[in-house]
Design a protein around this ligand. Sequence first.
Ligand SMILES: [Zn+2]
Length: 463
Amino acid sequence: MSKSLLVKNGYVLTLNEKREIIPDGAVYIEDNNIRAVGRTESLKHHKADTVIDAHGSIVMPGLIDTHMHLAQGLIRGCADDVSLVDWLKNYVWVLQGNFTPEDGQLSAELCMAEMIRTGTTAFIECMIHSRYGFNGIAETLERVGMRGALSKIIMDSTGYADSEDIMYHGMVEEADECMRETDEMYKKWHKEANERIQVWYGLRSLGAVTDELFREVTEAARSKKTRMTMHLGEVVDDVRYVKSRGYANLTSFAKDMKLLGPDMVFAHGIHFEDEELEVLAETGSHISHCPASNTKLASGFAKVPQMLDRDVSVSLGCDGGPSNNTYDMVREMRLAALIHKPVAQDPLVVSAEDVIEMATLAGARAMGIDHLVGSLEVGKRADLIVVSLEWVGLNPSPNPVSNLVYAGSGRDVTDVIVDGKILMRDRELLTIDEQAVVEKARESIPDLLDRSGVEITPKWPVV
Ligand SMILES: [Zn+2]
């Protein structure tokens, strides 16, 4: 006997090929599949076990965060208003380099709670160190019910871009260990939980991976038919690194290492030359644009308008707790739609519709699951969210599409469904004990700071 769910009376953004909007729309779901999408009136013959009345709300595909760090939820706000190298060397690496598997699992659950609450249904976690406990994180993902790509960190050197030997000792891993654990986790978890979980290779940044290891990983990933992600062009130092190695630019290095292709998600991608964008487009390599992190760490502006013009696949990422400091994709959409306009001195670049596509369709493409999710269409998996337009700051709302992007926040999300299962109903998480997670996070942070020897205080005197 199949279970059925009807979400009705909503303002439905289908994100189908014609990008149709159904003002009084409904989505009918059986088990984990979308069976019908249309006007509420035309779907009323479907007698569903559960009905969600989305009157006064947007109903849309779940948001997809294509670059995030599950380990950084717990260290939110631990490195604010500092320079990037200081940020890494004296805060982030030291804190994460003192994680226990319990910290790793707690941080992952904290992130997932926030992501569900703010309408994210799927994500790419980019680098799981063995000390965070891959198994515990995968078990949490299985239980919580989101869709996620868990990338095992891959490294064999201790550099970062053109700086040699600067990695904190607690963050260092051996290549053999990285490859062995990825194999094990791939066998155990890849496509498990009804295909909700994927296991990827998460290459550490330039300077931390030798050419031999790059080539070993690309071969291994392709023979397994899984995917890869890495930070690339987040810092100018990445360009200096490839130039010092005799390469003309980032993409010529990436080409030589066989990193380019539709199975690669490059995070940030700020420091590309214009001509490199053609290479990204031709090879189908994906860019995860992280506007909040890029502005907070003053990394620069990715050439998103130019990328979209050239049909580069650009999705959105929240990055992490010390760089953003939220995992709220609605706020990320807002920033993505805002920051490129003054750079281009053109208010027409990167529209509200563009960023919604980046957060849904392009995210699904980056994860290699665009045949399953990213739009509300018959036959696709039921990953969708309900976003209330009730709050005063969203009223009036003659155009809910642009208003969602420019005036909305993830806190307007009321209901979240992944793979046909309700994970949040009327703002209440159903698969996570939110209060318990928040309390545990509050309790564990003083101990982590103590172990790491990191002190966090406001710049003003605390009296
Ligand atoms: Zn990152």
